[in-house]
Design a protein. Structure first.
Length: 438
């Protein structure tokens, strides 16, 4: 009996170590990939309109630059389908290594693209191709990161908290990207515009090497290992999940609307609105966004934890409601141009988002069985980037250009919140579901 208890204790200790390694690998890897993705987003509003579309009207140039930016979001569902297939066929770990490499190399190459004055429109073409590759990498990243953590967890009592850590990679990546741009934007305007903005992209290759080192040391998730042992790996997981669970895919995509679209207004479009419309200092806005990301370091795990205690859907719908209300206060505070009110508006902007984002990974991943989970969760998650996240800055810029008022932008955010509330209410609650069930 004593020997049995000792063996069980050793196995539990080994399992906990693997769980911690999986969480660490997912969180650090996701942080690096989102650093790459947000770096592009941040520089789009600051540099690309002038460097790659110099002959256009400033606002038209911004729209064109965000059009290239949107391509990355169009690619994300494609990446979800590609890596969802291989993640459910070959394993979570292999897919995650591939997505990190793809994202890292594409980001590094962005730094080498010449401006309009050297190769004309081909600079914008190359940016578009590399942004597409970035989108494919990010599209496959999220599902694997979440599942690697969730499927190493033995209990469903802490699933919301555990899966919130890969979500932690978003504010971490946002913080690193804005910090890098802030550091190099201390150069004179011409230096930053000519070559200074390229340095953070070059630096990304170092982070990718670190991420690969960590991810290669993690074992495959026990859920997928069991699927292989039982010979229950699905041959065509993407087609199968579309055939069996179209409702869950659509609802999980729509429930993200209030999280996706406002997030990119609060973290990317704010540079266009703040600098070009309100004539605020670029570095001032960068610093405020850094503050918002730092607050998310605490709020995302906190609300993931609360979803384990108070219910996944309850917390999520509360966050969606708050997003819809906050949009009006956000632009009202920005329009004062008073520094302390602008800082408050930007720093608090991500809290309603985080209330949704903390429990979101568990809410989506629990909706699909193990043998289809990578494909189903990835498709639902990334389709939202196509219908909400990607078009959001483009829609916001067009609304602002037409109405010359932020009120339609706040109404747009409210509409996104209503869509999320309705779709989340229709989604089944699987918070107590056994994720090892395949």
């Amino acid at each position: 009996m004593s020997t049995h208890r000792e063996t069980s204790a050793i196995e539990d200790a080994q399992h906990r170590r693997q769980l911690l390694r999986a969480i660490l690998a997912s969180t650090i890897g996701t942080s690096i990939e989102w650093y790459d993705f947000f770096l592009y987003s941040t520089v789009t509003g600051l540099v690309f309109a002038r460097l790659y579309f110099p002959r256009a009207d400033p606002l038209v140039g911004t729209i064109e630059a965000f059009g290239v930016y949107t391509v990355g979001f169009i690619a994300r569902p494609i990446g979800a389908a590609i890596f969802g297939h291989y993640g459910d066929r070959l394993g979570r770990k292999a897919a995650l290594v591939a997505t990190l490499l793809l994202m890292g190399i594409a980001t590094f190459l962005v730094a080498l693209v010449p401006g309009y004055q050297y190769i004309g429109i081909w600079g914008a073409v190359l940016l578009t191709v590399l942004r597409f590759v970035q989108g494919i990498g990010v599209g496959g990243e999220w599902g694997g990161s979440v599942l690697l953590s969730m499927e190493w967890a033995q209990s469903n009592r802490h699933r919301g908290f555990i899966t919130s850590w890969p979500q932690f990679g978003v504010p971490a990546g946002l913080f690193l990207a804005n910090l890098a741009v802030l550091a190099f934007s201390k150069m004179s305007g011409e230096q930053f515009l000519t070559w200074g903005w390229r340095l953070p992209f070059l630096f990304s290759i170092v982070l990718v090497a670190l991420g690969l080192y960590i991810r290669l040391g993690v074992q495959e998730s026990p859920v997928f290992a069991r699927l292989v042992a039982d010979r229950r790996v699905e041959k065509q997981p993407v087609l199968e999940v579309i055939r069996r669970q179209p409702r869950e895919i659509v609802l999980t995509a729509l429930c993200r609307t209030a999280e996706q679209a406002p997030f990119y207004l609060f973290t990317s479009f704010v540079f266009t609105y703040g600098v070009d419309v309100l004539h605020l200092d670029r570095n001032f806005i960068l610093t405020a966004v850094l503050g918002a990301a730092m607050l998310s370091f605490v709020s995302i795990p906190l609300f993931g934890h609360l979803s384990d205690r108070l219910g996944r859907k309850r917390i999520y719908m509360f966050g969606a409601t708050l997003v819809g209300i906050y949009g009006f206060a956000y632009f009202r505070l920005l329009d004062t141009r008073m520094p302390y009110l602008v800082v408050i508006a930007i720093i608090l902007s991500l809290v309603p988002h985080d209330i949704m984002y903390g429990p979101q990974a568990a809410l989506i991943a629990e909706s699909f069985p193990g043998r289809l989970r990578y494909s189903g969760a990835s498709l639902g998650y990334q389709l939202s980037s196509l219908i909400a996240g990607g078009p959001a800055p483009l829609i916001a810029t067009a609304l602002l250009n037409h109405y010359r008022s932020p009120t339609p932008l706040a109404l747009f955010i409210l509409g996104c919140a209503i869509i999320s509330l309705v779709s989340t209410a229709m989604l089944k609650d699987h918070a107590n579901k056994d994720v090892s069930n395949s």
